[in-house]
Design a protein around this ligand. Structure first.
Ligand SMILES: Nc1ncnc2c1ncn2[C@@H]1O[C@H](COP(=O)(O)OP(=O)(O)OP(=O)(O)O)[C@@H](O)[C@H]1O
Length: 618
């Protein structure tokens, strides 16, 4: 994400587009096929930002393809609008506006429900195009007579009519589309897109308004689709009604899967495979409609054996040949291994600490107050009437038997779940009922009991995601800004790497980290948001004895100048770290005191050991 060879991809794209008309005819590609591939490739650039980079699978892109196409075609054929490029841009804006409205509805749901909504909406558009709007769209006849572009340069006029002549115009459009898409995916917004794809829950928890970013990706994809739809009309001199069909959306998804999602060029490569196979099987072999049978088999084989598509497969091959390690897809990430005897990167006290949002030295008194906090899950009372206060600069420990309600308590404090009753004050402000993103932006966040990392990204990229929320706020549309140009980002990430002792592993994909390293990165994600109150939910869970010792050292170092609350079952470690300890039992505060008081408290010993007094204190 951070390291990019500037303009190399842009240069190679331009070179490829210039060379293509000289090379592709030798490979049997007709100019019309190449032009169709470019239109699909442009359509796919936006779709790949949505699907490949943000992880949102839409089956409704035909709605925007058709909208942009018909708006442009209507302007050029029925409304007598003379400017082709401007008509294409207006079509694109219409599609983007439509995408915004549909996105507001569709993005209310995730996963399969989101996909189903997009299918349904595309079907509605198809119906509307054929019936109520047929006077404008030509119904099943479409809109014939779409002109091709020409540019008057004063001394001469450039006409882009058909074949390789039109290719020049389409290639320019595709190139501009690639340049814009690359800027977007390299921007902070692009980084947050990847975070949403990998772990939307954590992207929200580190302070990003993921709904806003998803909507952005949706609108970008719609805009690309709308422009490509307009180009389809120009290419065919006719805007076909089937632009609106489900087949269009399905073909786009399949082409992207064939070429490789999350690569930007995958849809272009997928379209090349699809359309050249279509031409070859239909025309050369005379298979007629049966060509789809062969295509289906090719698709299944490709998806089974090249899960990351053709480009992903080639990238893997390149890494294999050059001995580089490659990032795995998030779903293929190695399961977390608890044994970490081979962890060579032992923790050590860190040199620098990213500053908390509010300096502790300047504040005193309570930073957090919970009053009468209760959480009911149906008939189960997970937390009951908890009163809890933590002061600025304090390191508080929370212990309690399994199921005592510790994690639920943390979830309520960070507003991940809302209390059934009670109030939470953070820095004197009532945060009860706020959302986890806003609370993180205020400076209260937590590390999770079970790692919640961005599994498809590297260590550094993970920390960048978290640091971006502190530096840019929860939502910002800096779509064309380079991520490297954000002041303080590099330093903050570097400091966090030092703090969690991962300086030797910044470019390692998360899937290749040892368990202990993942736990430290988990803490690093929370730290990189610069919280003024940091909650750590079982930071020592699953660690070997050696790692526990090292991590306790690390936690001590982190705690300097910071307010922290730590839940853990390792009481020795917690008693060593915390100034005060709160004991929860059956959802209630059992007792609160210094580690010494807790160790010697007979009620606590009763709760833990069923009355075998003295063992805790031993
Ligand atoms: N989403 C939920 N729906 C229903 N019950 C829940 C939910 N989350 C937690 N609980 C229940 O609430 C109780 C407290 O759970 P919680 O995870 O807060 O305990 P804990 O002290 O963190 O336990 P552990 O130490 O094992 O992590 C448990 O009985 C648990 O089953």
């Amino acid at each position: 994400m951070l390291k990019q060879r500037p303009y190399l991809i842009e240069f190679l794209t331009a070179a490829g587009l210039i060379v293509a008309p000289f090379v592709l005819p030798w490979l049997g590609f007709a100019p019309n096929t190449v032009n169709r591939i470019l239109v699909w490739g442009l359509f796919g650039l936006g779709f790949d930002i949505l699907f490949g980079f943000t992880g949102l699978l839409s089956f409704g892109q035909s709605a925007f393809y058709g909208t942009g196409g018909f708006v442009a075609a209507y302007l050029l054929t029925r409304a007598g609008f003379p400017y082709v490029v401007l008509a294409l841009v207006i079509g694109m804006i219409a599609a983007a506006a439509t995408g915004y409205l549909i996105g507001l509805i569709a993005l209310r749901r995730t996963g399969i429900y989101f996909a189903m909504i997009t299918v349904a909406i595309a079907e509605v558009f198809f119906f509307v195009e054929f019936n109520p709007l047929s006077d404008f769209t030509g119904g099943e006849n479409g809109l014939p007579g779409v002109p091709t572009p020409s540019f008057n340069l004063g001394f001469t006029t450039l006409h882009f009519t058909t074949g390789w002549s039109l290719y020049q115009f389409l290639a320019l459009c595709y190139f501009i589309g690639v340049v814009i898409a690359l800027r977007i995916v390299r921007s902070p917004v692009g980084a947050v897109f990847s975070a949403i794809r990998d772990n939307p829950l954590r992207a929200t928890a580190v302070g990003h308004n993921i709904h806003g970013y998803k909507l952005t990706a949706f609108v970008i994809a719609a805009a690309y689709a709308g422009f490509a739809g307009g180009l389809l009309g120009v290419l065919q001199a006719f805007m076909p009604p089937d632009a609106f069909t489900f087949d269009t959306s399905g073909q786009l998804v399949m082409q992207t899967a064939i070429g490789g999602r999350g690569t930007l060029f995958g849809p272009l490569v997928g379209a090349a495979v699809w359309l050249s196979l279509q031409d070859f099987l239909q025309a050369a072999l005379g298979l007629g409609a049966a060509w789809k049978l062969v295509l289906g088999i090719v698709f299944v084989l490709l998806v089974c054996f090249l899960r990351r598509g053709i480009i992903g497969g080639l990238a893997d091959l390149y890494r294999l040949l050059t001995g580089q390690r490659g990032a795995k897809e998030p779903e293929e990430s190695a399961p977390e291994v608890v044994a970490v005897a081979s962890d060579r990167h032992a923790a050590a006290p860190a040199a620098k600490t990213p500053a908390p949002r509010r300096r502790e030295g300047s504040a005193s008194g309570p930073i957090l107050q919970a009053r009468g906090l209760t959480k009911r899950y149906g008939g189960l009372l997970a937390n009951s009437d908890i009163d809890f206060t933590v002061n600025h600069g304090e390191l508080r420990g929370i212990i309690g038997p399994n199921g005592a309600g510790k994690s639920t308590f943390f979830k309520m404090l960070t507003c991940e779940v809302h209390p059934t009753s009670g109030t939470i004050l953070f820095e004197g402000r009532d945060i009860t009922g706020m959302n986890v993103t806003d609370v993180c932006q205020l400076g209260l966040t937590k590390s999770y009991q079970v790692n919640q990392l961005f599994a498809g990204l590297t260590v550094r990229e993970n920390l960048v995601i978290a640091a971006l929320s502190a530096l840019r706020g929860k939502f910002k549309l800096d779509l064309f800004r380079s991520i490297d140009s954000i002041p303080g980002l590099t330093e903050r990430v570097q400091h966090t790497l030092e703090l969690v002792n991962l300086t030797s592993r910044p470019d390692t994909p998360v899937s290749e980290l040892a368990y202990g390293e993942k736990r430290r990165l988990e803490i690093g994600l929370a730290l990189a948001t610069s919280p003024s109150l940091l909650l750590l939910d079982e930071p020592l869970a699953g660690m070997s004895p050696r790692e526990r010792v090292e991590t306790v050292k690390l936690l001590k170092s982190i705690s300097q100048g910071r307010t922290m609350i730590i839940i853990d079952h390792d009481m020795d470690a917690l008693f060593e770290l915390a100034e005060r300890v709160t004991v929860l039992q059956e959802g209630r505060v059992l007792v609160e005191g210094t580690p010494e008081e807790i160790k010697n408290n007979s009620t606590v010993q009763e709760a833990y050991l069923g009355g075998v007094h003295g063992v805790l204190a031993a």
